[in-house]
Design a protein around this ligand. Structure first.
Ligand SMILES: NC(=O)c1ccc[n+]([C@@H]2O[C@H](COP(=O)([O-])OP(=O)(O)OC[C@H]3O[C@@H](n4cnc5c(N)ncnc54)[C@H](OP(=O)(O)O)[C@@H]3O)[C@@H](O)[C@H]2O)c1
Length: 290
């Protein structure tokens, strides 16, 4: 089975590349912007005329949440128009598609974990662009799944874990918000789940929405404390409120995802976020990248 993975140089794409040898039944083609700029509609169309696949794992996205407030068009193009084109190509060619979305489609006023049925109300350009992407994929009449995930980190690329490790090593106190609550998710766990679910996804006759994050709940402050503790770096972290840490994009104060549907339908077990964080930090330490 031939599978195309976009965004191969990002966090999730890199994790998929690393896990791919464990799935020799699939032939993967990994691409990023150097191989194909997905926002070039014409080149993308030609790419699928020349190459044929059974499925697409679409990881490429515009993920700079704050920058998106000023680069609205770029965010919409990559996060909404590109998944629209890819899912329409998938439908016309009979391919399945796995599309990734975000907890930032929610406004965060909930007090219990969000299910797939809960009303979305994005607060940012990024959240809105990802919601438009979801809607386009759902409306495309392709087959596959949309996985909404949250607070992704990895030993690859830049992310919150790397930022905290670097700042902690430089010494001094850190200030991190404690009133935004969600679930950190190790991109490796998401990649493993995606690869494990392929046989189920290819049986789908429509696009279905699922939530996936690691288990448990944390604030960014708790997350930062755990990063420092598990890495063994001494660092004082001060809990602060969102109102005292201004960012261009508004983030939901609460964006915990309910994973009941994916666990029930596919019988998967999901690791607790701190256990996965420990694995990631061990990997970062042994790879000597910090
Ligand atoms: N990161 C999070 O916290 C988070 C949370 C929830 C959901 N998600 C979603 O999860 C998915 C994977 O996220 P991630 O963190 O792995 O993303 P990422 O690390 O930002 O990777 C995205 C990749 O897409 C590439 N790309 C950008 N523009 C492109 C274009 N025009 N054509 C082709 N490729 C292009 C990027 O290249 P450049 O680096 O050169 O731009 C990058 O390698 C995304 O859909 C994201 O929205 C992420």
């Amino acid at each position: 089975m031939n599978i195309l993975v976009t965004g191969s140089k990002g966090q999730l794409g890199n994790e998929l590349q690393e896990l791919a040898p464990g799935f020799p039944e699939y032939q993967f083609t990994f691409i990023d912007i150097d191989e194909l700029d997905l926002t070039d509609e014409k080149k993308t169309g030609t790419f699928f005329q020349v190459n044929s696949f059974h499925g697409i794992i679409h990881c490429a996205a515009y993920t700079a949440v704050d920058k998106a407030e000023k680069e609205c068009n770029q965010a919409i193009t990559l996060n909404a128009n590109v998944p629209k084109q890819l899912s329409e190509i998938a439908r016309s060619k009979g391919m399945w598609i796995i599309h990734i979305s975000t907890d930032y489609v929610f406004d965060g006023i909930a007090f219990k974990p969000y299910t797939e049925e809960d009303q979305v109300n994005p607060l940012s350009v990024y959240g809105n662009s990802k919601f438009e992407g979801e809607a386009a994929v759902l409306n495309s009449k392709a087959k596959g799944i949309i996985l909404r995930t949250s607070w992704l980190y990895s030993s690859f690329s830049n992310n919150f874990v790397k930022t905290i490790l670097n700042k902690a090593r430089q010494g001094g106190d850190l200030r991190v918000v404690y009133d935004q609550v969600g679930t950190p998710t190790y991109a490796r766990d998401l990649a493993q789940t995606i690869l494990t679910l392929i046989p189920e996804i290819k049986k789908k006759n429509k696009v279905e929405l699922f939530h996936f994050s690691n288990e448990g709940v944390a604030s960014w402050y708790d997350f930062a404390q755990s990063i420092v503790e598990l890495s063994g770096i001494k660092c004082n972290i001060q809990p602060i409120e969102t109102k005292d840490y201004s960012t261009p994009a508004t983030r939901p104060l609460y964006s915990v995802l309910n994973k009941g549907k994916i666990k029930k339908q596919f019988g998967i077990k999901i690791p607790y976020w701190r256990d996965s964080l420990k694995d990631c930090i061990e990997k970062i330490k042994t790879s000597g990248t910090y």
